[in-house]
Design a protein around this ligand. Structure first.
Ligand SMILES: NC(=O)c1ccc[n+]([C@@H]2O[C@H](COP(=O)([O-])OP(=O)(O)OC[C@H]3O[C@@H](n4cnc5c(N)ncnc54)[C@H](O)[C@@H]3O)[C@@H](O)[C@H]2O)c1
Length: 439
């Protein structure tokens, strides 16, 4: 990738339709938040595309525009929202039930929120055992269901006069299953859809429908929806951006902030024990061990990749890493996480760090949905198709091409994201070398 090559980016003109498979706590907190922000009723805190800046040139030049003024991104006023769910409640009712935002705040945007009703879902009980909903499509095969989704997408686009679309998965975590032969090529996957192969998950049917129509698809859950060869082949064919997986919010966000710091100072790690209590519907779904397995795999990977025990065996070989999530209804969406970190310093002396994070799950996730919707749309207008590794910043398990390990360090991820934006504008990448100030 040369340093001075600008990319032609089509302008963000017209309306952007944001499609959300799964309209529960995260999706409704995102939509309600955008509606409140664009009416000037609240601040978009946590969103890089709203609040973040980007330094250009030397530190002495004082050129630090907002990211949104630097690259062309969809305005919130140009966004229209739609989606699917197996519960027929509209976005106002779903937001009330989720209990994340206060009633008075929801009342201010009730009219707009109530008009957003989910389309019928593609759903199969075997993949999310703890949910039972009726607002579900029927079809003669999984291919028929994919075609119904494509009809939904086209109708939504026409009815709302959208210029462009993006999809951001905000649906539940599906049970963990390794990809099989049916996922190995697009032709086999399409055969599998026609034969309603049991190994094809509902989320993969959404991913297929979107990629087939060239709708960028970001995956907010740990599901194997776009990191399978068949969907990647389709994304290449239709030049569609794909990204995932699993929003990096509460405890994992903290881990990818703290672990790079410990490693930077060459402090060792004996063990990291993380436990959570969570009482929302996501917590209920994760109470099923098979869905938890998907989450656990997604959460466990980060420390190994950041600490690199193979390169620093004296510091990190064999550390213990445990992650627990307990469904505890009284807390609702307000998750509480505890981390006990056993570290070691000079001459091997042990020390401990305790982190008690009283967070709000959907409040942390909603700005990520906004940024992903915008950046995925940007990627498409810049013809950046396939895996969008520069968006690793937002994910617990960032996607990479086969054979390439993911970057989990939040600060490397942020630098990668900003350098990608500079690259698209033909601006100098920032290396932090700084030798020029001493010449
Ligand atoms: N909130 C966070 O901090 C966070 C962080 C990382 C990942 N996530 C993931 O984001 C997703 C959404 O979280 P949430 O708290 O909003 O959960 P939620 O249970 O409130 O919402 C999920 C919604 O998806 C719907 N759904 C399930 N399968 C579907 C299907 N096949 N088609 C259409 N709709 C379907 C459910 O009915 C539900 O309304 C979960 O997978 C969660 O693991 C959340």
């Amino acid at each position: 990738m040369g340093l001075k090559k600008s990319v032609e980016v089509k302008p963000a003109s017209g309306k952007l339709g944001v499609l959300l498979p799964g309209m529960g706590a995260v999706a409704t907190t995102f939509i309600a938040g955008v509606l409140a922000v664009r009416r000037g009723l609240a601040q978009p805190i946590g969103s890089l595309t709203e609040m973040g800046t980007i330094r250009l040139g030397k530190r002495t030049e004082n050129r630090v525009p907002k990211i949104r003024d630097y690259v062309s991104l969809a305005e919130t006023s140009d966004m229209v929202f739609g989606g699917w769910d197996l519960f027929s409640e509209n976005a106002y009712e779903a937001a009330k039930r989720a209990g994340v935002l206060e009633n008075e705040q929801l009342a201010q945007i009730k009219d707009e929120l109530s008009q957003i009703a989910p389309m019928k879902a593609v759903f199969e009980q075997a993949w999310v055992k703890n949910l039972h909903g009726e607002h579900v499509k029927k079809g003669s095969s999984k291919m028929d269901l994919a075609e119904q989704l494509m009809e939904d997408i086209k109708r939504f686009k026409a009815d709302n006069g959208c210029d462009r679309l993006v999809a951001v998965w905000c649906g539940s975590t599906e049970v963990y299953r390794e990809p099989t032969e049916v996922h190995s090529t697009l032709a086999k996957f399409e055969d599998g859809l026609r034969n309603s192969n049991d190994d094809i998950a509902p989320s993969q049917i959404y991913a297929y429908a979107c990629a087939k129509l060239g709708v960028p698809y970001a995956n907010g859950a740990p599901n194997m929806s776009v990191d399978i060869p068949c969907i990647q082949e389709l994304a290449r064919e239709t030049r569609t951006p794909i990204a995932g997986k699993d929003y990096k919010t509460g405890q994992t966000l903290m881990k990818t902030i703290l672990a790079p710091g410990l490693k930077a100072r060459m402090l060792g790690l004996e063990g990291w024990y993380s436990t959570n209590i969570l009482g929302n519907r996501d917590g209920e779904v994760l109470d099923d061990p098979d869905s938890f397995k998907s989450k656990e795999i997604s959460k466990l990977g980060v420390l190994d990749h950041i600490l690199q025990p193979d390169k620093y065996p004296e510091l990190y070989e064999g550390f213990t890493h445990l992650v627990r999530i307990n469904y505890y209804p009284p807390r609702g969406d307000n998750k509480e996480g505890w981390d006990n970190i056993d570290i070691k310093g000079w001459l091997g002396y042990p020390m401990q760090i305790k982190v008690n994070f009283l967070c709000r799950d959907s409040i942390l996730a909603a700005p990520i949905v906004l940024d992903l919707a915008r950046f995925m749309d940007f990627a498409q207008r810049a013809d950046m198709h396939g895996i969008q590794e520069w968006l690793s910043f937002y994910f617990k398990s960032p996607m990479t091409p086969p054979g390439l390990y993911p970057e989990h360090d939040l600060f490397i991820q942020l630098m990668k994201l900003k350098n990608t934006l500079r690259y698209t504008k033909g601006d100098e990448l920032i290396t932090h070398l700084g030798a020029e100030y001493y010449d």
